[in-house]
Design a protein around this ligand. Structure first.
Ligand code: ACM
Length: 501
């Protein structure tokens, strides 16, 4: 008997001899057992019944996802995570008798999709949510705004989508610093309506996934400034103003700090909090070149009024204001690790992206941290050094093995010291400068997300630190049949490059 190929691997699996014929969902008894962790579950397949106990609804849901992995791939592929739909598709089907006792190690098991650089239609996001849920991930972080596009409407600011939702053209191939850059001449854009996003939130919630919205401020805001030049530090933009950015890389264009701009920020956050009910509101804060603030008499006056010494503190003041705005509505600010330098409020959840070391520094400074280190979890990096890989962000490869080896809690934080913040989990990020299509997105995300799901679910590493990568690969081979049945265009394990690049 071959062991069931479960991904992520459960904490405890006991195989039993014999199989049972599953005819319909009535045979599956589902209940809540408050003695279990809310996301934990027990799944017992006996000769007379299938018994599921979950610590909460999420635990019951994860037990069902495990059960779905025991069905023929084609049945689960069309089920959108539902047991009823899967069994209806499978017909009477034999499953192995077993006992699984399972729970996640980390509370935050996230995936970021950048829909600002390349917009993806709602259907693509729904399909992605099904896959995230099947892998027992529980956060979809949507990067909704950036220099190259603004992807949702805000009442009172119609030009955000009318203007900010579109860019004139995009680079072709790798965007290097030369001026001989090829461009496609194709207008690119799109945005989600409020009802699109509400539908996504509800669809994801049914699958125990929180949609975490990000509005990237005060840098990465060129699309907003193109729509409303009065939000920018105009003197630096020249007579033509700025347009929605048509190159990748970091823009020096950032928001000014006028009262009207702060009112704009409040309006944006209010709309975001109306749409997205979850605790965490991501305010960006990464890569904020300060030259425009240094060169602006009005920003310098603001700095003097506030009694601040430098522009880093000014960003700290801006971050604190974001945190206040979301806290007033019972939410909490999440932001990129740069905000630590400006002294972000201690209740800010820090998303450590520049490196795991930046995460460690934030934890030592007392912040709770989501670990999302670019060296291990940036899925915009190439998956191998093979020449045929599609064009990517020019970083070192992030291989399937790298992602599988990811440890959310770095060794130097074990055991935790008094006064330290906590690692709340991990997140894999897919930036889409070089990822224009849904097909390419799937190529970049899978199967690395399968490895990531395992890395954030499994128990802490054994004392010798080794992980069973070979065992994962063995299970993955069968798991790929599930992805294939669902039509996911993953990167094949033999490295045959594909994708839309
Ligand atoms: C980031 O990658 N700039 C968060």
């Amino acid at each position: 008997m071959t062991a069931p190929a479960l991904i992520p691997v459960p904490r405890h699996l006991e195989e039993r001899s014999g199989r049972v014929l599953l005819r319909g969902p009535d045979q599956v008894a589902r209940s809540i057992d408050p003695t279990l962790p809310v996301e934990g579950y027990v799944l017992e397949i006996r000769d007379d019944a299938v018994v599921i106990r979950g610590g909460g609804p999420a635990g019951v849901f994860y037990a069902v996802q495990t059960l779905l992995q025991l069905l023929p791939p084609a049945a689960a592929a069309t089920a959108h995570c539902s047991l009823e739909a899967a069994l209806a598709a499978a017909g009477p089907v034999e499953v192995p008798q077993l006992l699984v006792e399972d729970q996640p190690e980390h509370a935050w098991r996230g995936f970021l999709l950048d829909v600002a650089r390349h917009f993806q239609p709602l259907e693509v996001l729904l399909r992605l949510v099904d896959q995230l849920a099947a892998h027992k991930l529980n956060v979809l972080h949507l990067h909704l705004t950036d220099d190259q596009g603004w992807r949702f409407p805000v009442p009172g600011y119609p030009r955000l989508t009318e203007v900010g939702g579109w860019r004139r053209e995009s680079p072709v191939g790798f965007d290097h610093e030369g001026d001989d850059l090829k461009r496609d001449g194709v207008r690119h854009g799109g945005w989600y309506t409020r009802s699109d996003l509400e539908h996504l939130v509800a669809y994801a919630a049914e699958r125990h996934i929180a949609i975490v919205p990000e509005v990237d401020l005060p840098g990465h805001a060129t699309a907003a400034i193109a729509a409303y030049p009065e939000l920018g530090n105009g003197a630096h933009h020249g007579a033509a103003g700025v347009e929605v950015r048509t190159r990748w890389g970091i823009s020096t264009t950032i928001l000014n700090l006028e009262d009207a701009t702060l009112a704009f920020v409040d309006a944006v956050l209010d709309e975001v909090m109306d749409i997205f009910p979850g605790t965490w509101i991501h305010g960006g804060g990464d890569e904020v070149p300060k030259a425009e603030w240094r060169g602006s008499a009005r920003v310098q006056r603001r700095k003097a009024e506030l009694g601040l010494d430098d522009e880093e503190q000014l960003q700290g003041w801006f971050t604190a204001r974001l945190a206040d705005t979301v806290r007033r509505r019972g939410r909490r600010l999440l932001a990129w690790d740069e905000v630590v330098a400006g002294g972000a409020p201690r209740d800010t959840l820090v998303m450590a992206w520049r490196s795991a070391a930046h995460g460690v520094a934030a934890i030592r400074a007392g912040y709770d941290v989501v670990m999302s280190p670019s060296e291990t979890l940036y899925l915009d990096h190439r998956q191998s050094l093979a020449l045929g890989e599609p064009v990517t962000f020019p970083g070192s490869p992030v291989t399937l093995a790298d992602v599988h080896a990811f440890e959310p809690v770095p060794a130097e934080l074990r055991p935790p010291a008094a006064g330290d913040g906590r690692v709340v989990g991990g997140q894999a990020n897919l930036w889409t400068e070089y990822v224009p299509t849904a097909e390419h997105l799937e190529y970049m995300a899978f199967p690395r997300l399968c490895a990531f799901a395992e890395a954030v679910w499994r128990a802490p590493a054994p004392a010798d630190g080794t992980r069973d990568y070979a065992g994962f690969l063995g299970r993955l081979e069968q798991h790929l049949a599930r992805l294939a049945a669902a039509g996911i265009r993953y990167r094949p394990l033999d490295g045959t490059p594909g994708g839309g690049g």
